[in-house]
Design a protein around this ligand. Structure first.
Ligand SMILES: [Zn+2]
Length: 383
């Protein structure tokens, strides 16, 4: 069977998804990265009259902020979460390259206008080109490379991959595509298939929140647990129905109204060997302190009492994903005393990010796309 390998310039694709959205006057339009590889492979197979093809792998190359202002921590964490989703749920190979922000905010408009600092994306295009050429030079790895790109820089690698006898297809976005790719004469000899416009594939690749049935895992759920929802929980993430979320939120508003002052005398030290004294019902609270070096943190329950938890008590998140202020539920396994925080177990994030793609709405690229070598990709993080 004909083997296809897909190479996505992730930085370019996020920065230009806004162009697709404009076409359809749908600012919320997002790409379903789970559907994209198969949809592209089918387009290419039809174009060259293949009965079918086999996607060997999908590679995505992008950058990630490093050394940035901690005010952008949530935004970067959501981005990492998105890349994890690509790896875990869709089996993408994701290669990320840090951009050094030198302690600054990641979006232009959050930085001082007088600050001449410009973030520079490094390595993304070279990494894509190297990987594409490397696998082209190895025997029997792939027959067709599908490149999801717009920047002109890839012309040499596409030419070399073709000289190795591989077929090349390019998928791009109108208004964000180098002329060399869009040229119907193909003067630069970069492709074997007519250019594929993602603009024409929206019906196949759009992210849809179609209703489906899931089992609500809340202990407070009333009635049939199988409910219709458009929410898409991640693997290993518990699902709570809208009603349970609403009831939970209402209850906590009441908690806030009648909230007692937190105890002042609590010394927040972690007992070395916690005793497990009860199996009480889950309580709600907020993470209010994280000791990164020692891998434990503190929760302030909505009743004002304080509890500590350890890395091993996290139920549905990783240590890297937790954050101060996060709304959680936990099981109190040891009550607080006058000088010590209690012990929490089964720390469960309730409103775990369900809008991981919301960050990927983008600003339109420059009108004169061929000259847009230094696109400030980070303006596209959050419009
Ligand atoms: Zn429920």
């Amino acid at each position: 069977m004909t083997k296809v390998m897909i190479f996505i310039d992730g930085s370019w694709l996020y920065a230009n998804t806004g162009k697709l959205a404009q076409d359809y006057a749908r600012p919320d339009l997002q790409i379903d990265y789970g559907l994209l590889p198969e949809a592209l492979a089918q387009r290419v197979a039809r174009a060259i009259n293949l009965p079918n093809s086999d996607i060997v792998r999908t590679h995505l190359f992008a950058s990630i902020p490093d050394n940035y202002d901690q005010a952008d921590y949530d935004s970067v964490r959501r981005r990492l979460d998105f890349f994890n989703l690509l790896k875990e749920e869709h089996h993408y190979e994701v290669e990320l390259f840090p951009i050094d922000f030198r302690g600054r905010r990641i979006r232009n408009y959050d930085r001082d206008p007088a600050d001449p600092f410009e973030p520079r994306e490094k390595c993304v295009d070279i990494a894509l080109a190297t990987t594409m050429l490397y696998y082209a030079a190895l025997p029997h790895v792939y027959d067709i490379a599908i490149a999801v790109i717009g920047d002109q820089d890839y012309v040499p690698v596409l030419q070399h991959v073709r000289r190795l006898g591989k077929r090349v297809a390019i998928a791009s976005i109108r208004g964000s595509c180098a002329h060399d790719y869009a040229d119907p004469v193909d003067a630069r000899r970069v492709k074997d298939v007519d250019l594929i416009w993602l603009n024409d594939m929206i019906g196949e690749i759009e992210l849809r929140y179609e209703p489906r049935q899931l089992v609500c895992q809340s202990e407070f759920h009333v009635g049939d647990r199988l409910v219709w929802t458009t929410y898409r929980p991640r693997r290993n993430q518990p699902f709570f129905c809208d009603e349970c979320r609403r009831v939970y939120a209402d209850r906590h508003q009441d908690d806030y109204r009648s909230k007692p002052e937190p105890r002042q005398a609590i010394v927040r030290s972690a007992p070395a060997e916690p005793e497990y004294v009860s199996d009480a019902a889950m309580k709600g609270g907020l993470i209010y302190e994280i000791k990164d070096d020692r891998r434990f943190g503190f929760i302030r329950a909505h009743d004002g009492l304080e509890y500590f938890f350890h890395l091993t008590d996290l139920a549905n998140v990783t240590w890297e994903e937790i954050d101060i202020g996060m709304e959680i539920e936990f099981q109190p396994v040891k009550s607080p005393s006058s000088d010590r925080a209690g012990k929490a177990a089964t720390v469960t994030v309730i409103e775990f990010e369900d809008d991981w793609e919301a960050d990927f709405e983008a600003e339109p690229a420059d009108e004169d796309y061929d000259d847009a070598d230094e696109v400030d990709e980070y303006d596209s993080y959050e419009p």
